[in-house]
Design a binder for this molecule. Structure first.
Ligand code: DAK
Length: 258
């Protein structure tokens, strides 16, 4: 891999977009490598992923403007599809994914973070969808995910004005869950990931599925989705272990993902 590093620490996988000279901008190669990295994650051993960017300035400064500048309409659509397919793979990936946003998260970078389950950022982070200033719309799901994550009115304001916002404003509007100093960001992401990893994996994964799928349908259907995923946890080793530990007043629990 030229532009992605993947490290495993215990049960946590850390994916780093590693193209710092271009502020980790997403060209086709980065997207392909991100796709291949996700495909290679050992879903039995790993219980939570962290996605971050290399360097101190940038998470991802967007799709690669140089590469996009000469695209035809058909090529633009194909590039958009490539990104969208990968971002959707991340969004629906069975494991939870924490975006540790360590600087610029512009355009495709903001969109990438919004495909993750949880966003936390450093105090130098900058968010925005600058696309209309470049003569295009957001192309990796920004119009859809930003409107769902914050509010339609706030998403429209940010997208139409192409205005960048800093970490504190991103926190205020609910785009990120927490802001840390640059030094504290990755340790905080790892601590959160470890907190997730200690819980029953089948249950955590079913929660992700229930929340994601339930948000796409009305409440009656959403509750049925939850019922099925709730029922799916029973008769598993981990359900017996979790409830057994409570009943036996036992602190230690061993979840096996079975
Ligand atoms: N693409 C390519 N290179 C980039 C880049 C980007 N998005 N962002 C930064 N770089 C490169 C710079 O060109 C520079 O390279 P060299 O000149 O050193 O070779 C290097 O990174 C350092 O950048 P700067 O020198 O500009 O650094 P500064 O600290 O001065 O400024 C900045 C940082 C983030 C404010 C600035 O670099 C900047 O404004 N970058 C562009 C941010 C941006 O507009 N991002 C949104 C890109 S648009 C679609 C699919 C996808 C999309 C749209 C449609 N379909 C096909 C439907 C997505 C669109 C986008 O993401």
């Amino acid at each position: 891999m030229d532009f992605i590093t993947y490290e495993v620490e215990g049960q946590v996988g850390i994916i780093t977009i590693n193209r710092p000279k271009a502020l980790n901008a997403l060209n086709s190669k980065v997207l392909e490598e991100l796709d291949a990295t996700l495909e290679a994650v050992d879903q039995d051993a790993i219980r939570c992923l962290i996605l971050t960017g290399a360097g101190e300035k940038s998470f991802v400064a967007g799709a690669d403007i140089g590469e996009m500048s000469t695209l035809t309409k058909a090529e633009g659509e194909a590039f958009g599809k490539k990104g969208n397919d990968i971002f959707r793979k991340l969004e629906t990936f069975p494991l939870p994914v924490i975006a540790a946003i360590n600087g610029f998260a512009l355009g495709g970078g903001c969109e990438l973070s919004m495909s993750c389950d949880i966003r936390i950022c450093s105090d130098n982070a900058v968010f925005g969808q600058p696309e209309v200033g470049l003569g295009i719309t957001p192309g990796f799901g920004g119009t859809q995910r930003l409107a769902r994550l914050v509010s339609p009115g706030m998403a429209k304001q940010l997208i139409y004005t192409a205005r960048n916002i800093k970490a504190d404003e991103a926190y205020r509007i609910g785009l990120v869950n927490a802001v840390y100093t640059q030094e504290e960001l990755l340790p905080a992401a790892k601590k959160m990931a470890a907190g997730i990893a200690k819980n029953a994996p089948i249950a955590v994964r079913n929660c992700k599925k229930a929340i994601n799928e339930g948000l796409q349908v009305d409440m009656d259907q959403a509750i049925v989705i939850e019922e099925k995923l709730f029922g799916d946890c029973f008769e598993t080793h981990d359900q017996k272990e979790g409830m057994g530990a409570f009943l036996e007043k036992r602190k230690e629990k061993t979840f096996t993902n079975n």
